[in-house]
Design a protein around this ligand. Structure first.
Ligand code: ACO
Length: 432
């Protein structure tokens, strides 16, 4: 359900060509103010233009609240810091998708269901065989998720939505781990029902049939934290994509598969892989941070500080704060000394003192420190964005579900301002 806490107060007057038009002023539950322009074109004949949607609210939502100026992030009203400290990924998934913290019974049922739907159809294993070893796991992940609709054709708007939500949450970690095993030429390790969600994933990633493997508790907790921090982030590029595709009443698997593709790009979730590649480059180049900060300021260099900047946060990304502190802790517990952590911290320090970054309010985002923790956990760089997708899945699902349950939902169909050629006549090919 879309938020019931929305208040409509007053109206906003827009004067166009000397005529006043009234539009509702809407205020969200955290005091955010917007102008409802749903009837703008109908009333005035004009549309708005908003490059990159920086000022456009595409929906009303009661899932996640961000105050980018203050660096605040809440899921369903709960501060991210409290959830990171006290909860686990399965509980947070329940919270994000169903809107409340589960009771003991609800959590046990949910956990049971996630455990008992984690196998994938044996025929799906054959799909993995068709990919070259070098295939990027994000491409495999999105194709496999889309393929789930072939095995569960009831995944549409009218199907058993809850069952398909469980299936997807349960199977994504199996698909992700299988795609890794395929890339390193090892046998697939099947899910185990006696393990927690995070431990099961790590077991499928790192166990081999020839010996026992016990998932270290520090890895399990570190993964849980990373997944919690990624669980939702309101209308970012991939989530907006899930809603966009889902708005045509495309099925759950197709919609999420599209979201995975959107996440892959380096300006979004793909940044975590690029951050590590950038830090390695700086290390190999003698750790001259200033040189790279200067390059990032030079628009002609084509270089950006990956893991820096955010459309919404104009302050510290609260997830990056938590991860920076956790990186020290996890690396110490794992006994890992990674010079990239030192480079990242120094780079952050140099950038944050630089007027270019200060003026533009560019701070480290969630991707800046996450890769260093994944690396210490033994997760290969090309799997980082897959890890992001695992974490973001409950958010995508919750947003798809919220849209589906909204009786006023409409197909997403932005307009454009046409700036191309006009009134041309067809020219035969021999006259062109
Ligand atoms: N390095 C150097 N300069 C930057 C950076 C950066 N990482 N990010 C933004 N800027 C500059 C821009 O050049 C621009 O400068 P200008 O005003 O002189 O033209 C200004 O800061 C504003 O940046 P925009 O690109 O307009 O901001 P936008 O909101 O469109 O983009 C984005 C946000 C894509 C995150 C951008 O900051 C970026 O490319 N960062 C690096 C990639 C990254 O880390 N992505 C992960 C984001 S978090 C996530 O998706 C999970």
């Amino acid at each position: 359900m879309e938020t019931t806490k929305l208040s409509k107060t007053d109206s906003v007057k827009i004067n166009l060509n000397g005529q006043d038009y009234d539009f509702p002023r809407i205020v969200g539950s955290e005091g955010e103010v917007g102008i409802d322009i749903s009837e703008l074109r109908q009333k005035t004949g004009i549309i708005t233009y908003d490059n990159g949607y920086g000022n456009t609210g595409s929906c009303l939502s009661s899932i996640t609240f961000i105050n980018g100026e203050k660096g605040i992030l809440h899921y369903r009203g709960y501060p991210i810091e409290e959830l990171a400290k006290n909860s686990n990924f399965v509980e947070v998934s329940y919270l994000v998708i169903y809107g409340h913290l589960p009771s003991k019974k609800e959590l046990e049922d949910f956990q049971f269901q996630l455990t008992h739907h984690s196998l994938i159809h044996e025929d799906m294993k054959k799909f993995f065989e068709g990919y070259p070893r070098s295939a990027h796991p994000m491409g495999i992940l999105s194709s496999m998720v889309d393929s789930l609709s072939a095995f569960y054709p009831d995944a549409g708007y009218d199907g058993d939505v809850n069952l398909n939500i469980i299936r997807l949450l349960a199977k994504l970690k199996t698909i992700a781990a299988f795609s890794y095993k395929k890339s390193i030429g090892q046998l697939y390790i099947y899910p185990r029902n006696d393990l927690s969600y995070s431990a099961d994933f790590l077991h499928m990633m790192f166990a081999v049939p020839s010996e026992d493997y016990e998932v270290p508790a520090v890895l399990e907790r570190a993964l849980d934290l990373l997944l919690i921090l990624h669980a939702d982030h309101e209308q970012n590029c991939s989530t907006a994509t899930v809603r966009m595709v889902g708005s045509s009443e495309a099925n759950l698997f197709a919609s999420i598969s599209a979201g995975i593709c959107a996440l892959w790009g380096p300006l979004h979730g793909g940044a975590n892989q690029r951050v590590i590649q950038m830090l390695e480059k700086i290390r190999d180049d003698g750790s001259d941070y200033k040189k790279y900060v200067d390059m990032a300021k030079d628009k002609d260099s084509g270089f950006k500080l990956m893991g820096f900047g955010h459309r919404v946060y104009k302050n510290f990304d609260p997830r990056a704060r938590i991860l920076k502190a956790s990186a020290d802790d996890v690396l110490e517990k794992l006994g890992v000394h990674d010079p990239l952590l030192e480079i990242a911290k120094n780079l952050e320090e140099v950038a944050l003192k630089d007027p270019f970054f200060i003026e533009r309010k560019l701070y480290p985002n969630v991707d800046f420190y996450s890769g260093i923790i994944y690396r210490a956990m033994g997760i290969p760089t090309n799997m980082f964005t897959v890890m992001f997708a695992l974490g973001r899945l409950p958010g995508w699902i919750a947003q798809w579900k919220e849209m589906r349950e909204n009786p006023k939902a409409r197909i997403y169909r932005p307009r454009q301002v046409y700036v191309g050629e006009t009134n041309k006549s067809y020219e035969p090919i021999d006259k062109r």
